[in-house]
Structures are given as C-alpha cells and as structure tokens.
Design a protein around this ligand. Structure first.
Ligand SMILES: Cc1cc2nc3c(=O)[nH]c(=O)nc-3n(C[C@H](O)[C@H](O)[C@H](O)COP(=O)(O)OP(=O)(O)OC[C@H]3O[C@@H](n4cnc5c(N)ncnc54)[C@H](O)[C@@H]3O)c2cc1C
Length: 498
C-alpha cells in the first residue's frame, strides 16, 4: 500500500489563483502541494488580454469595490514583478463613442483617484497625432494601465512557492478527493499514464480549477457546486504590428457598446481582443470562430489605416472566463469579481473554492483565501515577511536593468537580452551561470532560443513540451519555423543537459 504524501494544504489547479494561493500558503509556513492536470497556466491564465488593470469599463456597471482593489493591486504588482509587469499607455479615441466625453472624463477621473497610483501618470484629453489611426479618431484620452506576461507570472508564483517548500506537480490531475474526517484524501493521476497515481492526505483543500471549478465539484469532489458559473469565451488575434508606437488602444464598438483592445505584442505584433460568447462544454474545447475574427477585424479596420484580412492573422487563442452567475442582463455586465466559498463543518477538513476572479486580483485573493482558511488549520500561519518580490523581480526599472546587463554581457545579442530582461529579470545571472561567450549558451535551436535557456525552462520552470516552451514560457512560437519546432521536439526527447 502506497504511503500518502502528507501536507497541510492541497491545491487543485495551476492557474494564477491556484499558484497564488500555493505561494501565499508556503510563504506563511504551510506544507503545500499543488497539482495541475496539464501545464502551468495552460487554462485561462495564459489566454487573457494580459492586462493588470482596474478595468475602466467595470465602473459603468458600478463595480467600484472590484476596481478599487484592482487599482491598488496594480501598484503592488508593478513592484512585485517589474520584469513581468510594466506600465502601458492607452489611447482611447472619442469618435464613435456612445459614451459622451464628459462621462469618459468622469470615469477616468475616478480611475485616477480610486486606488493608489505612484508609478503611473494621470489620464489626459489630447490629440494623438497618430498616423496609424484614421484622422477622425485623432481626438481622445490617454490613460495608463499595466501589461503582464500572464503565463510567466503563473510560473514565477509556482517557483516562489517551490522555493518556500511547496511541491508542484504538473501533468497530474486530481481525479478523486474525499473527506475523511479531519483530512482530505486525494488521488492524483499522472497524465498519459493512467496507472500512475499518487495518494495525498491534506488538512485542507482548495478548488482553484478556474473554469473547471464546477466540473471539479461534480467529477472529483463528487458533490454539487454551491454556485453556478457562466462560462464566457474571449478570443484574441495576433497580427503584424498595426502601429510603431508603444501605445495600446481601447476601441469602442459603435453599435454594441463593447470595447476591444489593440495591444503592442512581442515587439513586432499587435494583440487584438477580446470577444464575449457563452461557452458550453469543456473549457479546453474553446476555439476562435470565424464570426469572432470578422467582429474583431471589422472594428480594427474601422479605426486603423492599415487594413487587415484573415490572412494577416499569425496566431489566435481563446480563453474561458468562469463568471459568477449574478443574473446580469448582458455578458459584459456580469461582475468580474470573485467569491471564496468556504465549506468547513465542525471537526471536518475545510474546502475553499474559488469562483471567478482576475489575474489582477490574484494576490489579494490569495491573501484572503489564507485568512479564511487559517481558523480551520491546526498548523498556525507564520507572519508573512514584509514585501514579496517574485523571483527575478528585485530591481526598479527595466531600462536600467537592460543597460546593466548590456555592459556586463556585451556579447549577448540585444534582442535576446531585451527578451530575457522581461522574462527573467535579475535571474539572468543564474540563467547564464558561468557562460562568458555566446558559444557557451550551446546550440541555437531556433529564433533566439539556445540550449542553455531550454535547459533552464525544463529544470526550473516545469516545461516539458514544445508548446510549453513556445507558447507559455515564451512566445517564440511566433518566430519558430516548422523545421525548428521539429528540432525542439527531438531535443525534448533527450534528458536535460546544462
Ligand atoms: C479572454 C479573457 C481575457 C482576460 N483578460 C484579463 C486581463 O487582461 N486581466 C485580468 O486581470 N484578467 C483577465 N482575465 C481573467 C483571468 O485570465 C482569469 O480570471 C484567471 O486567469 C483565472 O485563473 P484561474 O487560476 O482561476 O483559472 P485557470 O487559469 O483556468 O486555472 C485553472 C487550472 O486548473 C486546472 N485543473 C482543472 N481541473 C483540475 C483537476 N481536476 N486536477 C488538476 N488540475 C485541474 C486546469 O488545467 C487549469 O490550468 C481574462 C480572461 C479571459 C477569458
């Protein structure tokens, strides 16, 4: 009989909320195990619009608590992970707006003042003088939010959790979870090998399965979900850069009042999104439809001088939001707020479930999750150390860090260094180890991925497949040829060699 792994807290789900909770719990001294059925961030957390934002448009639905918390979090997260999260200036053209200018000005005034704002400039009315836009969209507002590398944020939280002793098991599905008095007994099934199972015994359980939260109740915990969720799909398109400016754009649809972002992406591209469509069935089956492509391209073509067709799409992805069904009239009006549901009958092991939420609020959500669980744990929570900085995030300014490394490692190609600053921050030193010349990074696999970085992703970041590497640890999939991808796949069959 296999001995179960004994932990204080078991977390189901390796998206931003599961890894955030695991990180906070490990930091507070708990013995933690996190299981993810696929790759870290393979669910919604790598398919977002990649913004750390208050959500300007949530104001018009009166979701002030959410916006206030998100704006404060924005400020904290900019400090916590300056390599993965950085300021982004938005242009919001006024033409076509069904919202009068005074209403937008009021919304932006609230946005500027609802939360703490030290690092970002205030909004302003301006003429853009932007040659990428049709001249009729020249008048509008500029305001600031922040960009995030969503998938790497998740990996970074998992690394921090592991540093604090958490066990992170990717490609392990929690197939069964049952209460056994004061403990949970879980069964984890390794993917691809149905006979390889692990037993876990945990004092407390967290269901952070994102859009699978209901199915996790039904299939794994085998009890009805306490709340219904509406699965709402959002799709994004990646096209060659629509503008050479570093600005993002918030476009307003002239008919349906929705807004669509056009975001600078991976230096040479623009990211366009998103849509909102009810999704039925397994979230893993969500895909970008032709109607969504038409909808997004039409709106973008209305605003930008360069006209796009379906052939310009280099990549696309769809994600599914698990929204709490608050019976709002429209999908846009459903709250993006989260709910933590605690089920803790006396003398029985507690279960905490996460419904909804945003990338932006993950840290606050994790803190609250631990506060809710604390009274039901026999292991006391340690006072958290003062300021949490994610691995590689102990610096202030990306430009200064780039200059520092440029001086220190002049042999690193500039494009590679720019990408590394935004992926690894100060961990570039660890990644480089004793390398002193470009040849020390090993063979070039494709784009600017060398063997040394591949080994790092495999050893330090739980990367196993080409997709993990090309679309979540990096976005090098945009630059890899088919032959380079085949080469990568062949290399992944060999053991890691650093
Ligand atoms: C189109 C779109 C755009 C968005 N844009 C933004 C944005 O710009 N800013 C923002 O702040 N938020 C945004 N969001 C919201 C944000 O992306 C999500 O709220 C967040 O990623 C949800 O994270 P999660 O950890 O709850 O879920 P997920 O990331 O889906 O993670 C849940 C994980 O649980 C795993 N899992 C499920 N069942 C099991 C099981 N039985 N055993 C083991 N593992 C299991 C899944 O594989 C999955 O990886 C967006 C969402 C969408 C859909």
């Amino acid at each position: 009989m296999q001995q179960p792994i004994e932990v204080d807290l078991a977390v189901i789900g390796g998206g931003i909320n599961g890894t955030g909770i695991a990180m906070e719990a490990a930091r507070r001294g708990l013995k933690v195990l996190l299981c993810e059925q696929g790759d870290l961030a393979e669910g919604t957390s790598s398919r977002s619009s990649k913004l750390i934002h208050g959500g300007l448009r949530y104001l018009e639905h009166g979701h002030f608590r959410l916006v206030r918390e998100a704006l404060s979090e924005r400020e904290r997260l900019l400090q916590m992970a300056p390599h993965l999260i950085w300021p982004l200036l938005f242009r919001l053209p006024l033409a076509d707006s069904q919202r009068p200018a005074w209403m937008l000005r009021l919304g932006l005034f609230l946005y500027d003042h609802l939360g703490r704002r030290n690092r970002l400039p205030a909004s302003r009315r301006t003429r853009f003088g932007d040659s990428a836009l049709h001249p009729r969209y020249d008048d509008g507002f500029e305001y600031a939010d922040a960009w995030v590398d969503d998938a790497r944020l998740v990996v970074s939280c998992a690394r921090q959790a592991a540093r604090d002793g958490a066990r992170v098991l990717t490609r392990h599905r929690c197939s069964d979870a049952r209460r056994d008095g004061s403990h949970w007994r879980l069964q984890l099934t390794a993917s691809g090998t149905p006979n390889t199972t692990l037993a876990v015994r945990a004092q407390a359980l967290v269901n952070a399965a994102g859009p699978w939260v209901e199915s996790c109740f039904k299939d794994t915990i085998k009890r009805p979900s306490p709340h219904p969720v509406r699965l709402v799909k959002g799709s994004h398109l990646v096209v060659p850069a629509l503008s050479s400016s570093p600005h993002a754009y918030l476009l307003q649809h002239p008919q349906d009042q929705r807004v669509v972002f056009v975001l600078p992406y991976e230096t040479d591209y623009s990211l366009i999104g998103t849509t909102e469509i009810i999704h039925q069935g397994d979230p893993a089956t969500a895909n970008v439809s032709d109607d969504e492509v038409d909808y997004l391209l039409q709106l973008v073509n209305r605003h930008f001088v360069r006209q796009l067709g379906p052939d310009d799409i280099r990549h696309h992805f769809a994600g599914v939001r698990p929204l709490l069904d608050d019976r709002a009239d429209s999908l846009t009006a459903i709250s993006r707020d989260y709910l933590l549901e605690l089920d803790a009958p006396a003398t029985e092991a507690p279960l905490l479930s996460v419904f909804g939420g945003k990338l932006t609020s993950f840290r606050a959500l994790a803190e609250r999750a631990l506060q809710r669980l604390a009274p039901h744990l026999t292991t006391p929570l340690r006072e958290p150390p003062e300021r949490l900085v994610l691995p590689g995030g102990d610096f202030d300014n990306q430009r200064q860090l780039y200059r520092h490394y440029r001086h220190r490692y002049p042999w690193l190609p500039m494009r590679l260094l720019r990408r590394w600053v935004r992926s690894y921050g100060t961990e570039i030193n660890l990644l480089l180890g004793d390398a002193r010349h470009l040849e020390d990074l090993g063979a070039l696999i494709g784009a600017d991925l060398y063997l040394r970085e591949l080994a790092w992703m495999r050893q330090q970041e739980w990367a196993h497949t080409a997709e993990d590497i090309l679309w979540r640890r990096s976005k090098l999939g945009l630059r890899f040829s088919a032959a380079e991808t085949s080469r990568l796949i062949a290399l992944l069959e060999q053991p890691v060699d650093l």
